[in-house]
Design a protein around this ligand. Structure first.
Ligand code: FE2
Length: 417
């Protein structure tokens, strides 16, 4: 049973394993989170620059078309034919003047309007649709769309708070930092992981694991808990920014800190040191800025690699991470090369991301048989959920669960927020 009594503590420091495995939880997430009052990342304006350009994506399980209309306006449409519920657009991207379902060729405009239906009047006066059939009432359902400097978000709920309020000032500032100049798409990758989607949403909020699981990061000083850094959340603690400053620790300090943690940091060297070199390109000193937006978007700067990740649940036991690698339109070719080099850190075979996939798969697999047992989340202390200016913490995971509980209607009385 999914109710407030499943939480052993009021600070979400204990999460029952059943929440990763119960089909009932998955269904309720789809209804109350993805089809509920949240904003989901859809894609970038830069991906549909010309009239007729479209991309297909998902909001939870709901397939969505994002396209640019002939007048330049961007629409997001539920990718499902009004007739029999078939997916209208099956391609990932393209350019078209209309969207036609292959099943019975019902045809929709770029604004989602139902434009034509084959054999609408039947043949020789027989069959077809009743003359009173209302074409205007059977278009593709439209999502509400909003943009932060070209990053597109959509929602299936009409009376949701404005996107900027939903994100809150710190997250908004991070998105404006990432999208401060026009971006260009360097490529895409997809990572299919046999684990519940929330394990991934936790992973990107989990500062603590990064320098322990990812030996590569520690060895070459890309991400160490000895750096100046921390976690910053929105007022409701549903989103999180994990940040760290470049060159804010020393190899000696790291050696000392990681010696006891059995992380080997001194037995490898790189033949191509450029792979890990951070080129400062902004006024601020951040070399790590990972912004997780509830429920399913992650905006990532790791050194000079820039990306947006979309967490796509695929049932209770599987998730797809769809990642768009970014550069800036005015990057010199050498910098583009450098970003592509550092793209090797992420993606399905990435020097870093490959390990995240394995880590959440083993968490998923081993937690499955024992659904009443719980995780233990209290690095940085249990109790109050708040920003930290240090790195050994997993507090933002409790923020995620707090908002999750509220949306699912399973928030216990007296719980922290
Ligand atoms: Fe990781």
């Amino acid at each position: 049973m999914l109710n407030a009594a499943i939480w052993p503590t009021l600070d979400y420091s204990r999460v029952p394993y059943r929440l990763y495995h119960d089909p009932e939880a998955y269904q309720r997430e789809q209804e109350r989170i993805f089809r509920g009052p949240t904003w989901s990342f859809l894609g970038l304006e830069a991906e549909v620059p010309n009239p007729g350009d479209f991309r297909t994506t998902y909001v939870g399980d709901t397939p969505v078309i994002v396209n640019r209309d002939t007048d330049g306006a961007i629409h997001a449409l539920v990718n499902r034919c009004a007739h029999r519920g078939a997916m209208v657009r099956r391609e990932m991207s393209g350019n078209a003047g209309e969207h036609t379902c292959i099943y019975h060729q019902w045809c929709y405009g770029l604004d989602g309007k139902l434009n034509s239906i084959p054999f609408r009047r039947g043949i020789r006066g027989q069959g077809g649709l009743d003359p009173g059939f209302d074409m205007a009432a059977h278009g593709l359902r439209k999502l509400r769309v909003a943009s932060v400097d070209g990053a597109l978000f959509g929602t299936l709920v009409d009376d949701v708070e404005p996107l900027e309020d939903y994100l809150g000032a710190p997250v908004l500032a991070q998105l404006r930092r990432l999208f401060e100049r026009p971006v260009t798409i360097l490529g895409y990758n997809r990572q299919r992981i046999r684990a519940n989607w929330k394990l991934y949403a936790e992973n990107t909020r989990d500062n603590y694991h990064a320098s322990l699981l990812h030996e590569f990061l520690v060895t070459f000083g890309l991400d160490r808990s000895t750096q100046v850094g921390g976690v910053k959340m929105d007022a409701r603690h549903r989103h999180n920014i994990t940040w760290a400053e470049a060159e804010s620790d020393t190899a000696e300090l790291a050696q000392e800190a990681y010696g006891a943690a059995r992380v080997r940091s001194n037995y490898l060297s790189l033949k191509e040191p450029e792979l890990v070199r951070f080129r400062r390109e902004r006024a601020d000193p951040l070399n790590i800025a990972i912004t997780s937006v509830f429920p399913s978007a992650v905006f990532v700067q790791i050194s000079n690699s820039l990306a947006v990740r979309q967490i796509r649940p695929r049932g209770v036991d599987e998730v797809e991470i769809f990642q768009t690698m970014l550069g800036y339109a005015d990057d010199p070719p050498e910098l583009t090369l450098h970003r592509l080099r550092q793209a090797n850190l992420v993606g399905p075979a990435g020097l870093v991301s490959m390990e995240d996939g394995e880590a959440i798969e083993i968490a998923h697999r081993a937690s499955k048989p024992d659904r009443d047992s719980t995780t233990v989340i209290e690095l940085g202390g249990a109790g109050v959920i708040s920003d930290r200016d240090y790195r050994v913490t997993d507090v933002p995971l409790r923020g995620f669960w707090s908002y999750y509980a509220e949306l699912l209607g399973i928030e216990p009385a007296g719980a922290v927020r």
